[in-house]
Ligand binder design. Structure first.
Ligand code: AMP
Ligand code: ZN
Length: 416
C-alpha cells in the first residue's frame, strides 16, 4: 500500500511501526458551531482510509480530538451568556450525530483538549527544561522555534523566508517574543475566560500543544499516520512536530496525510468566508450517503468543488449501485435458502463472470493501494454493477447471485 507523504512529497510504501497495527491521529474540529461539509471531508476520507486498512487486516488505533477550548468557543459562550463547556459539549454532540449519519465510524478514542491539560503542563515543562521554550514576563510560554533544527521540514519552508513574512508580528504587541517565529504554548487568561492553574500563569494552552499531547497519550511517542486538511500543514502540523520531537526525542509521525480543500466557486469553503453549507443543511435535501459518495468520487488530495450538479450526479451514481444490490437481493430471495447460504453450483458462463468480478475486485484494491484512490475504486464498483446487471438473471444459479451480491456489498462497506 502506497501513501503520499507530505513530509517527503512522494508516494511511499506503507510500513507500519508494528506489524499488523496502525496508529493514526486525525486533527478534529473546533466545536463552536455545526460542522460544515468542508470539515466533513477529512472525516469521510480518513474514515475510508481506516476502513480500507481494516479491510486489509490491520488493527487501527484511530484517535481524533475535539478542540474544545478556543477563542471562537469563548466568544460564542459570551454571546449566549453560558459557560464555554456548554457550547463545546453541545457541538460535540451535534458533530457526533452528523458523523453517525455520514457513516463515519467513531474513533477508538475522541479526546477533548480540556480533559488533557495535565499532559500539556508536563510537555510544556519538558520543553522549558530542555531549552526549547521560555516564559515571558506576563506568564506566556513560547516555543523557541529556531532551537528546533528540523523546523520547516513538513511544510518545506525555510526559516529565513518565514522570518521575512512574519515581520509584521512585531508590531502586533507580541514584542515579548525572543523571535517573531516563536509560537504560544500557554497563554494567560483574559477576563471571563476559562483557565487552568499552571506554574507560569492562570491560563490556557495554545492549539498546537493540544494535539501533540493527545497523540502522545493515546498513541505513544511515535505514530504511523498523522492527518488533517491541507490548511493544517503550516503552522499547526509543523509546530506539532517541533513540540513532539523536541519533547520526546523521537520521530513523531512516519506518514503525514493531508486532504485537499472542499471548495465552492473554487474558493475554500470556510466559516470565515461565509460560503459554507452545514452537513445539516445538506441532510435536508439529500441522504448523507450521497454526500459521502460525492466526497469519495474525487481523490482525497485533489480540490473538490461543491455544486448541485455534482451532488445530483452522485445521487444518481449511488442509486445505480443500490438498485443493482436491491435487484440481486430480490433474485436471491426468489431462490430461497440455497442463495442465502451461498450453496449450490455455478454454470460455466457464470464462473467466467465471477472471474471478471474478481479482476474488478483486484482493480478496486489496486486503486485503494495507490494512495487511497477512491475515485478509481468507485469506477471499479460501477463496472461490477454493470457486470451484475447484465449477467444476473431469473435463471441464474443461487450461488452466482449470492457471490455477486456479497462481493459488491463487501466493497461498498470498505467505502462506508
Ligand atoms: P477546523 O475546525 O477549522 O479546525 O477544521 C477541522 C478540519 O476540517 C481540519 O482538518 C481542516 O483542515 C478541515 N477543513 C476545514 N475546511 C475545509 C475545507 N474547505 N475543505 C477540506 N477540509 C477542510
Ligand atoms: Zn491537530
Amino acid at each position: 500500500m502506497k501513501i503520499y507523504n507530505t513530509l517527503t512529497k512522494r508516494k511511499e510504501e506503507f510500513v507500519p511501526l508494528q506489524e499488523g497495527k496502525v496508529k493514526m491521529y486525525v486533527c478534529g474540529p473546533t466545536v463552536y458551531n455545526l460542522i460544515h461539509i468542508g470539515n466533513a471531508r477529512p472525516m469521510i476520507v480518513f474514515d475510508t482510509a481506516r476502513r480500507y486498512m481494516e479491510h486489509k487486516g490491520y488493527e487501527v488505533n484511530f484517535v481524533s480530538n475535539f478542540t474544545d477550548v478556543d477563542d471562537k468557543i469563548i466568544k460564542k459562550a459570551m454571546e449566549e451568556g453560558v459557560d464555554a463547556s456548554v457550547i463545546s459539549e453541545r457541538y460535540i454532540a451535534e458533530c457526533k450525530k452528523d458523523m453517525q449519519v455520514m457513516n463515519v465510524k467513531p474513533a477508538t478514542t475522541h479526546p477533548k483538549a480540556t480533559e488533557e491539560i495535565d499532559g500539556m503542563l508536563d510537555m510544556i515543562n519538558t520543553l522549558i527544561e530542555k531549552g526549547y521554550a521560555y516564559t515571558a514576563e506576563d506568564g506566556t510560554v513560547y516555543y523557541r522555534t529556531r532551537s528546533f533544527k528540523g523546523y520547516g521540514k513538513l511544510s518545506h519552508k525555510n526559516l529565513d523566508d518565514l522570518q521575512g513574512g512574519n515581520r509584521s508580528l512585531l508590531v502586533t504587541g507580541e514584542d515579548q517574543k525572543e523571535d517573531p517565529l516563536d509560537f504560544v504554548l500557554w497563554k494567560p487568561k483574559k477576563e471571563g475566560e476559562p483557565y487552568w492553574e499552571s506554574p507560569w500563569c492562570k491560563g490556557r494552552p495554545g492549539w498546537h500543544i493540544e494535539c501533540s499531547v493527545m497523540s502522545k497519550k493515546y498513541l505513544g511517542d511515535e505514530i504511523d499516520i498523522h492527518a488533517g486538511g491541507e490548511d493544517l500543514i503550516f503552522p499547526h502540523h509543523e509546530n506539532e512536530i517541533a513540540q513532539s520531537e523536541a519533547a520526546n526525542g523521537k520521530v513523531f509521525a512516519k506518514y503525514w496525510m493531508h486532504n485537499g480543500f472542499l471548495t465552492i466557486d473554487s474558493q475554500k469553503m470556510s466559516k470565515s468566508l461565509n460560503n459554507f453549507f452545514t452537513v445539516r443543511e445538506i441532510a435536508e435535501k439529500y441522504d448523507l450517503q450521497v454526500l459521502r459518495f460525492f466526497m469519495l468520487s474525487a481523490h482525497y488530495r485533489s480540490p473538490l468543488n461543491f455544486s448541485e450538479d455534482l451532488m445530483e450526479a452522485s445521487k444518481n451514481g449511488l442509486d445505480r449501485i443500490l438498485t443493482a444490490i436491491e435487484r440481486l437481493g430480490e433474485l436471491e430471495a426468489k431462490k430461497g435458502e440455497n442463495a442465502q447460504t451461498g450453496e449450490g453450483t455455478m454454470k460455466n458462463e457464470e464462473a467466467q463472470a465471477i472471474k471478471a468480478l474478481q479482476e474488478l475486485t483486484a482493480k478496486f484494491e489496486a486503486a485503494m493501494e495507490d494512495d487511497f484512490n477512491t475515485a478509481d475504486a468507485v469506477a471499479a464498483l460501477f463496472e461490477m454493477v454493470k457486470l451484475a446487471n447484465i449477467s444476473a438473471k431469473e435463471e441464474s444459479s443461487a450461488l452466482f447471485v449470492h457471490t455477486l451480491k456479497e462481493e459488491i456489498c463487501r466493497l461498498c462497506d470498505v467505502m462506508g
